[in-house]
Design a protein around this ligand. Structure first.
Ligand SMILES: [Zn+2]
Length: 80
C-alpha cells in the first residue's frame, strides 16, 4: 500500500512527505544551517520555524512543512 504525504494528498516519497513537501523540507534544512551560522548557533529549530512562518516571502509549501514540524514537534535532523 502506498503511503501518503503527512501534509497533502500526494504520495509519500520520503519522511512521510511528497515530492513538493520533501523539497520544501530540504530547503528548510539548508536555510536553518545558514541561519545558525549567521547567528552563531543561537537559534533553536522552533525559533527558526517561527521566523520562517513570519516572513512574508515564505512559499506555501515551506509554510506548510514548517507548520507541520512545529505542530508535531518534529526535528528536521534526519536520523541516519
Ligand atoms: Zn505533500
Amino acid at each position: 500500500m502506498k503511503k501518503k504525504c503527512a501534509i497533502c494528498d500526494g504520495l509519500d516519497k520520503e519522511f512521510n512527505l511528497c515530492e513538493i513537501h520533501l523539497k520544501a523540507y530540504e530547503n528548510l534544512n539548508v536555510g536553518y544551517e545558514d541561519w545558525v551560522k549567521a547567528l552563531n548557533n543561537e537559534l533553536s529549530m522552533n525559533e527558526y520555524l517561527n521566523k520562517i512562518l513570519n516572513l512574508q516571502d515564505t512559499g506555501n509549501a515551506i509554510r506548510e512543512v514548517a507548520t507541520y514540524l512545529l505542530e508535531n514537534n518534529t526535528s528536521l535532523t534526519q536520523n541516519e
